[in-house]
Design a protein around this ligand. Structure first.
Ligand SMILES: [Zn+2]
Length: 500
């Protein structure tokens, strides 16, 4: 008995030693070395007031893509395009934008081409969208500043599009203006794409941009579009700013579960009505979430940030062989982190009988799924059928958009983005992450080797409410830094050096 206790004690001690050593040796994956570049923001080349004024003016155009069919909205689109040409005349002269879009709407998306000296080098593309979502009627009162006023106070520019995504549009145009003033000419061709309908799926504008690139036989080395930000205070215990440069995005799928029943008078219901059958199916799905975990896109992000966590958490991540299950169940308990680990299932709509005393002959639940890169559309359909396992329930796929490819976090484009962000913001925790919503990037990936999703502005937890919500705003400092970032990135990428 004593012998057993001793050997048990030895095992526990040994285990503790392994856990401790692994924790102490646990470091972040190594990142590209940063060569410091001149930060324009410190030299007075970027005028904060001018940049703020330009964003403020841009916000005043109600380029609401969900209302793009309306004549009044189209007037705003045309006026915005005119304003852009008047505000950035050099960029329009040198990079001659093409107006692109699919009939029957007028072409509202703009593709600028900065011709490279060496046509043999693969081009790159930087994108931003200038359309915005509407302000929900009745919520205007909750805004501290009117949503389309573009009001500038001591520190911020306010209004719809300040974060998503007119700030990136202005950052790109300001950066291009700065570089042109210096006489910069890229070695590789650089495209700037300003799209007009990202918020409604990009079928009209972004699709036309991608078709144009395809027609011209363009295969990009990489594309950069929105998708994440520099995150401050998002992850408990991490003080540093996390640059979440996302390398993939989830897909989108809508499925109907259709349960069939007999119908008839509700005074004599059978054991199971269509609604009961449907309810059972939904419960089964709820009880069998899609398998997932820290492998692949999503998990990569935690690999990058975990070494910066406080000791206790760091210890868990450093010893996944022992604590993997614990970590995953903690991450799955939070909706925002659970979404990174697996395909999510959200029942969103229900319908059944037309009258309270009539038994339904069918009951339908509409389910919205966000597809993790590890799952295919077919695999998801099979999984739902297997879980529901009831021949009285049909699984009907309405819309299936697969997840994106996972782009490389080692390629030159990723390094250029990281270096430009670090030169602008100083030391950062860089995390290749997964965008859980959809962006224009899923279209660009058809013409790009790699697609990255990142906006070079710092957002805090508080700022998040502004996305598609109320009190959207961005700081003037962020606009200056974004301009700095884009100018560094364009000049780095434009050099056309390939050093993988
Ligand atoms: Zn957006």
């Amino acid at each position: 008995m004593k012998k057993l206790a001793i050997s048990l004690g030895t095992i526990v001690l040994l285990l503790a030693a392994i856990v401790l050593i692994r924790t102490l040796l646990y470091t972040a994956p190594s990142l590209p070395e940063v060569t410091l570049q001149t930060a324009r923001m410190d030299t007075g080349e970027i005028d904060p007031q001018k940049v703020a004024r330009h964003l403020s003016e841009a916000i005043r155009f109600r380029t609401i893509s969900s209302q793009i069919q309306e004549a009044d909205t189209q007037t705003h689109y045309e006026a915005f395009i005119r304003w852009l040409a008047e505000t950035y005349p050099e960029v329009h002269r040198e990079l001659a934008p093409q107006r692109l879009g699919k009939a029957p709407l007028p072409p509202y998306s703009l593709l600028f081409t900065w011709k490279g000296r060496q046509p043999a080098l693969q081009p790159v593309l930087l994108s931003a969208h200038y359309d915005v979502v509407p302000v929900i009627p009745g919520t205007e009162e909750q805004w501290q500043q009117p949503p389309f006023s573009g009001r500038i106070d001591d520190s911020h520019i306010w209004g719809r599009g300040a974060l998503d995504d007119k700030s990136a549009v202005i950052g790109l145009m300001e950066a291009a203006t700065l570089l042109l003033a210096e006489g910069f000419q890229p070695e590789r061709t650089i495209y700037l794409s300003l799209t007009s309908d990202e918020e409604v799926g990009g079928d009209h504008g972004t699709a036309a941009v991608v078709e144009k690139l395809q027609q011209d036989g363009v295969q990009l080395a990489w594309s950069l579009d929105e998708g994440s930000f520099l995150l401050r205070g998002f992850i408990p215990g991490i003080e540093e700013t996390v640059a979440s440069v996302n390398v993939a995005e989830k897909g989108y799928m809508t499925v109907d579960l259709v349960a069939h029943g007999r119908g008839g008078h509700s005074s004599m219901p059978p054991q199971e009505t269509a609604v009961d059958i449907l309810a059972h199916a939904l419960v089964k799905l709820d009880e069998s979430p899609f398998p997932g975990g820290l492998d692949g896109a999503g998990g990569q992000m935690f690999d990058a940030i975990a070494p910066h966590m406080p000791f206790g958490k760091k210890m868990l991540f450093a010893n996944r062989w022992l604590f993997g299950g614990l970590i995953e169940s903690a991450l799955k308990a939070q909706p925002s982190t659970a979404a990174m680990l697996h395909t999510t299932v959200a029942p969103t709509m229900l319908s059944a009988s037309v009258k309270d005393n009539v038994l339904p002959i069918q009951a339908v639940a509409t389910i919205n799924l966000r597809v993790h890169p590890r799952d295919s559309i077919e695999k998801i359909e099979q999984y739902i059928e297997a879980v529901v396992d009831d021949e009285r329930v049909d699984v009907v796929v309405h819309r299936g958009q697969a997840a994106s490819r996972v782009s490389s976090a080692e390629a030159q484009g990723f390094r250029d983005i990281v270096q430009s962000a670090t030169a602008t913001y100083g030391s950062l925790v860089v995390a290749p992450g997964l965008t859980v919503a959809g962006t224009d990037s899923r279209r660009y990936e058809t013409v790009a080797d790699n697609s990255y999703r990142f906006n070079p502005m710092v957002v805090t937890r508080e700022d998040v409410h502004g996305f598609h919500g109320t009190n959207e705003r961005i700081s003037i400092d962020n606009m200056v830094k974004a301009t700095n970032f884009y100018s560094l990135l364009i000049s780095r990428a434009g050099k056309g050096e390939i050093h993988n």
